[in-house]
Design a protein. Structure first.
Length: 357
């Protein structure tokens, strides 16, 4: 078989039932040059294969992924922040092994739409500085990542998060869904997750403001689990801990969606999206929805600043103006020009994949 006929190994946090990573993969596959075939690392390979029409290999088996790499012509680390040690140092070693193995085989290595860090351990920083010279080309999703790499002497393209380039899938037949925001008077949608900053009573001021907002505006509250394993059941857990009052409980329900396009449809009907999840915030903005962010991580704060929506840091107590800011956002969509600029910046990452043609 000719080298050009071999697949490209696309490595990321796919098949983990996370809508954000599904959106990243959807964008990456759409940006591959014509004729390039992807082999995707995934945990739930059946789901990824069915949804995207690609072959998969078990991402949780390093041996299996290394074996699959031997039958590929390039390695692409796709989206998210893979070179980090917040998950664990072991996770960083996993990607280090893949990059090293690819280079030993003489294969190009592309870092596509990546975030760099956090790298909390000295050994992590040393390892990544040793890995970056092995990379053929790189593109970064945020200025902080690009600046960190540049400070170490490694240049790459700088774009916005690749999910900004998401194009909604079209139904093969039937009437087209309206694409613009039409959620005036619609529900409040939450893309919330368990976070270390909010343990037990730490939730109370945020939930109190949410309860007052929902009652004042007379809105339903929809809890959307963006990560099925991590976020699902958050409403029930908070209720079981006695943190949700009867009024908010009566207005609340959890609603699960199966893919990013269903999330976009929900956001188009929303009067306000309150997002902790980075890609929940981005998809809501793509839908044209009114948005406000709650940041557990600098990446969320950076995205909120990029689109000019209010953002409150979860590490600090909410200020007295929290409710007023949320009220001001209700039914007030973001500026379309701002969203379009982010979309254009995200398309820059396709230049990296053009090397595979």
């Amino acid at each position: 078989m000719r080298a050009a006929d071999l697949p490209v190994l696309v490595c990321g946090y796919y098949g983990e039932h996370n809508l954000g990573d599904d959106a990243l993969l959807q964008v990456l596959l759409s940006q591959l040059p014509e004729g390039v075939v992807a082999l995707v690392t995934a945990w739930d390979g059946a789901q990824v294969g069915q949804r995207f029409g690609v072959q998969t290999t078990d991402r949780r088996s390093l041996g299996g992924v290394l074996a699959a790499l031997g039958h590929c012509r390039a390695l692409v680390l796709g989206g998210g922040s893979l070179l980090q040690d917040a998950t664990s140092f072991r996770s960083l070693l996993y990607y280090a092994a893949l990059i090293s193995a690819a280079r030993l085989r003489g294969l190009p290595v592309l870092l596509w739409g990546q975030g760099l860090g956090p790298l909390r351990r000295r050994r992590s920083r040393l390892l990544v500085r040793a890995l970056l010279p092995l990379v053929t080309a790189m593109s970064w999703r945020d200025p902080a990542s690009a600046a960190l790499a540049s400070g170490w002497g490694f240049q790459g393209l700088l774009g916005s998060d690749p999910v900004w380039a998401l194009e909604p899938k079209r139904a093969p037949e039937g009437p087209a869904e309206p694409q613009g925001w039409h959620g005036r008077g619609g529900p409040i949608v939450l893309c919330w997750r368990p976070v270390g900053q909010l343990a037990g009573q730490g939730w109370k001021p945020w939930l109190a403001a949410l309860s007052r907002l929902a009652a004042q505006a007379d809105r339903e509250v929809i809890w959307l689990p963006f990560h099925q394993e991590q976020d699902a059941g958050l409403l029930a857990r908070l209720q079981a801990e006695g943190l949700i009052n009867d009024g908010l409980a009566a207005r609340s329900r959890e609603l699960r969606v199966s893919d990013p396009d269903e999330a976009l449809a929900l956001f188009r009907d929303a009067g306000l999206v309150l997002a902790m999840r980075l890609h929940g915030l981005i998809l809501a903005a793509l839908a044209g929805s009114p948005c406000a962010a709650l940041s557990y991580d600098p990446k969320v704060s950076a995205a909120a600043a990029e689109i000019g929506c209010p953002c409150h840091e979860l590490a600090a107590e909410p200020g007295p103006d929290l409710l007023q800011q949320w009220v001001a956002c209700l039914d007030q969509p973001l500026a379309a020009a701002t969203i379009e600029q982010s979309r254009q910046n995200a398309r820059l990452h396709q230049q990296l994949l053009a090397r595979l043609a």
